[in-house]
Design a binder for this molecule. Structure first.
Ligand code: BDR
Ligand code: CA
Length: 312
């Protein structure tokens, strides 16, 4: 099985990403690391533990990471994820899953060096933990199998500012470090594709496990209403589950390799990814940019995994 570390700022869609990773049985999950983002570090950690409790996944360590972005103040997204980050689902659930000792960037460094060339890293929040790991131990880049992150948008509008997606907006300095660190393979999964991975009530009807169906339905209910308010459709984007889905099956998206950088010094455009489609800057490509998604295949896999029918 593929060795995986999932780094999350557990809001609604991160939580569903965790469900997918665990239920797929595709991975040996070395740990789930948490980060400030959609909600505070502590809330993201509690939410992660609640999901692992729901899954009875006692064996997966949870390790806390950065409580703030590298240089900026936290910026939470309660509008979408609700006060608690899970859209009000599991509100009363007692948390039994323990939080392991240690600091996420150190856990990343130690795991990567212990299993050289074997570890896949999936990030569904701001890239703060990975940036801290790279700063402390730059040689880890050579030992990672691959990095997949949900963040940015290269062709369309942002979802926080006119140009910036949430994860890259929250910690652009961290994203800049990661983009230029020299990882052998980084796949960017941005709004260009995640906005097309829309979960509807019809999808939920196919999920046979009542606990999981009810959890996802409750957790996404308000999120779907917000989407309806903005876009006129009863659905919500599965940003983070798509990044996990790509770790399970690469064929779900089509990628192209480009040089990509991020704006960190602009009043209006901080957090914007700049993709050099025409190689104007004459720089070596550093990112596999996801440009097309087979959303039908993704949701088929999503439902199969949650129903326990998935085989790689
Ligand atoms: C990203 O921001 C968060 O709100 C979601 O969890 C996802 O990681 C989408 O822009
Ligand atoms: Ca997230």
């Amino acid at each position: 099985k593929e060795k995986l570390i999932l780094d999350v700022d557990t809001g609604i869609d991160d939580a569903i990403g965790i469900l997918l990773a665990v239920k797929s049985n595709a991975f040996d999950i070395l740990g789930i690391t948490t980060v400030n983002g959609n909600v505070s570090l502590d809330q993201a950690t509690t939410n992660t533990c609640k999901i692992l409790d729901l899954l009875k996944a006692d064996h997966i360590p949870v390790i806390k990471g950065a409580a703030t972005p590298l240089l900026r103040e936290p910026f939470f997204e309660h509008r979408i994820h609700g006060e608690d980050g899970l859209g009000g689902a599991l509100k009363e659930a007692a948390v039994t899953h323990p939080v392991s000792d240690g600091f996420a960037p150190d856990f990343l460094i130690n795991s990567i060096l212990s299993f050289s060339g074997e570890v896949t890293l999936v990030f569904t929040g701001p890239l703060t933990n990975l940036a801290l790991a790279v700063k402390k131990c730059p040689q880890i880049t050579k030992h990672v199998k691959e990095v997949i992150f949900m963040g940015g948008v290269v062709k369309g509008p942002g979802n926080v500012t006119p140009t910036a997606e949430f994860n890259s907006y929250v910690d652009p300095e961290a994203a800049k470090i990661v983009l230029h660190a020299g990882f052998p393979s980084i796949t960017q999964v941005g709004l260009d594709v995640t906005r097309k991975a829309l979960l509807t009530k019809e999808h939920l009807e196919f999920i046979k496990d009542v606990t999981l169906r009810e959890y996802i339905s409750q957790s996404t209910n308000d999120y779907q209403q917000k989407y309806f308010g903005r876009y006129g459709i009863h659905a919500c984007a599965m940003h983070d589950p798509l990044a996990v889905g790509i770790a399970i099956n690469k064929k779900i998206v089509e990628t192209e390799k480009y040089f990509v950088d991020i704006e960190t010094k602009s009043e209006l455009c901080d957090g914007q990814l700049i993709c050099d489609f025409q190689n104007r800057l004459n720089k070596k490509a550093n990112l596999l940019v996801s440009l097309k998604v087979d959303d039908h295949a993704f949701f088929q896999m999503f439902i199969d995994i949650l129903n326990g029918h998935f085989e790689e």
